[in-house]
Design a binder for this molecule. Structure first.
Ligand code: BES
Ligand code: MN
Ligand code: ZN
Length: 506
């Protein structure tokens, strides 16, 4: 059988029509918990006071992503859905993104194909940012996780979205286009990360990545096992040894002729298509989730696609090492020593710390390809999940100004990132008796020692590391998002490239 379509990108347009006259199946109106905006007052009148009644009863409070569909007379839209965005004082653009996604999910549940979203002037965000954010939300809401179900009707899609928003039409259109592309690329990453390990082996991942990247206008190079061996990537090859599937290294390039020779953004994404732990095997419970251990690689791929489609004015290179981590007869054993492409030696104390091995060689390769600024994205450590939980990505790196730049664009992108230390003192924790260092630093500070391991391969370039172990996978369905891959990191990387003027001289 073949996979069902799991996402669709609707057409998204801008309208300046009055809310009551918009022709659509469902009109989404974001509303505060504690501040009634003019749109809601008009709607309350058109519903004969039902909205005020629902608020007074506590049936509808305006909490983030809460939905209320009042009976409305005299408006053109088939239905109106109020979607909460919480208290005015707590407002953040991501609440609007989630409200739009919630609207799309609500529309799809009702099998409605046309949606409009009202952007009320009273919400404190610039019109262009609102347009982009709402478009992103509407598109990421048009994603379905049930790709291999044969017993359910095919998912319903929102085909057409109108944003009711005032502002300069051409600026709004550009913002909408940006949001639409970033939403679609988020969905591309989610689709790949949800894919099982048997349908996305390293060679299949490389083929799909190459096809997706080529059609976006990127140059693509897929290195096979022979080429990887010629480059002496002993760390990546070491991880691949235990698997029947050969590794791949996918290289994506965006080289706009108009961009300066420097800077060159280097993105590196962990592409472990299944992580069993290898000989240091993982417990059975939740091991299935390790099909998502290529989420960082998918994020790098999808971000490069967005960068090409939005014609970001900066050179970028994406490097994605792809392999399984399996306990085959020729697998890496605890105590083995590997030699990296850079020449540094690593004593492997735990074969389950495989991501940093693959990333070490890949970071070195990104430097060979001319990267001047590095960002890696990886489902790297359980320790990061312990430290920050499942909603915040760990942010590591040096120098501080570069890390802060990444944090700031991440905030804009709706990927929550929080800085973690990378003090040299932690390097003590992964000293080796017989090699340059080991691949694990033990439980204490586990996310930090993993980051510092990667730093060994960054040649002291400005470098940021996103540990998405907690954030790549949603354990619970939310009003704005089904269970499964989240696409975290995609928009942050793309926004970083689009914001090149802010950091080019760092
Ligand atoms: N892919 C895992 C990390 C992970 C854990 C991702 C939970 C998503 C959810 C990684 O390869 C791993 O196994 N890390 C080990 C490192 C340890 C052996 C030093 C870990 O975190 O336990
Ligand atoms: Mn592992
Ligand atoms: Zn892993």
């Amino acid at each position: 059988m073949s996979i069902q379509t799991v996402h669709r990108t609707p057409s998204v347009g801008v309208t300046s029509r009055s809310s009551r006259d918009i022709e659509t199946d469902i009109l989404v109106v974001p509303v505060f918990k504690d501040d009634i905006l003019p749109e809601e007052r008009d709607l309350d009148a058109a519903s004969g006071g039902e909205i005020a009644g629902a608020r007074a009863r506590g049936e509808f409070k305006g909490e983030p992503c809460e939905v209320y569909i009042p009976p409305v007379r005299g408006w053109t839209a088939g239905r109106v859905a109020l979607v909460g965005i919480g208290r005015r004082s707590d407002f953040a653009p991501d609440l609007l993104r989630r409200a739009a996604a919630t609207g799309a999910l609500a529309a799809r549940q009702r099998r409605l194909r046309r949606m409009a979203i009202v952007h009320a002037a009273g919400i404190p965000i610039a019109p262009g940012d609102a347009a982009q954010t709402l478009a992103e939300g509407a598109v990421v809401g048009n994603f379905d996780g049930a790709s291999y179900k044969t017993t359910e009707p095919p998912p319903a899609w929102v085909e057409d979205v109108q944003l009711r928003i005032d502002g300069d039409p051409s600026a709004l259109r550009a913002a909408v286009d940006r949001g639409r592309v970033l939403g679609e690329c988020t969905n591309i990453a989610r689709e790949l990360a949800n894919e099982p390990g048997n349908t996305l082996t390293p060679p299949l991942f490389a083929d799909r990545a190459a096809a997706i990247a080529r059609s976006a206008g990127l140059s693509v190079d897929v290195l096979d096992q022979t080429r990887i061996a010629e480059l002496n990537m002993g760390l990546l090859l070491g991880v691949a040894r235990g698997s029947q599937e050969p590794p791949r290294l996918v290289v994506l390039r965006w080289e706009p002729t108009s961009a300066a020779q420097s800077p060159v953004l280097g993105f590196v994404g962990k592409g472990i298509t299944f992580d069993s732990g290898g000989i240091s095997i993982k417990p059975a419970e939740n091991m299935d989730k390790m099909k998502g251990d290529m989420s960082g690689g998918a994020a790098v791929l999808a971000a490069m696609v967005a960068i090409a489609r939005l014609k970001a004015p900066v050179r970028c290179v994406g490097v994605i090492p792809m392999t399984e981590n399996m306990p085959g007869g020729r697998a890496l054993k605890p105590g083995d020593v590997l030699v990296s492409a850079e020449g540094k030696t690593v004593e492997v104390l735990n074969t389950d710390a495989e991501g940093r091995l693959a990333l070490g060689d890949a970071c070195w390769y990104a430097r060979q390809l001319g990267a001047t600024h590095l960002v890696d994205v990886a489902t790297l450590t359980g320790a990061c999940v312990v430290a920050l939980g499942k909603t915040t990505t760990g942010l590591f790196g040096t120098p501080e100004a570069w890390v802060e730049q990444v944090r700031r664009v991440g905030e804009r992108a709706g990927d929550r990132l929080w800085p973690m230390p990378v003090f040299d003192e932690y390097k003590e924790l992964f000293k080796s008796e017989i090699a340059d260092f080991t691949n694990t630093g033990g439980r204490a500070g586990g996310a930090i020692t993993a980051a510092l391991f990667i730093k060994e391969f960054t040649g002291d370039l400005p470098w940021a590391h996103l540990d998405i172990a907690g954030t790549a996978w949603a354990e619970e369905a939310k009003p704005y998002q089904p269970k499964g891959a989240t696409g975290v990191g995609v928009r942050t990387l793309a926004e970083l490239a689009l914001a090149v003027d802010a950091w080019a001289r760092l």
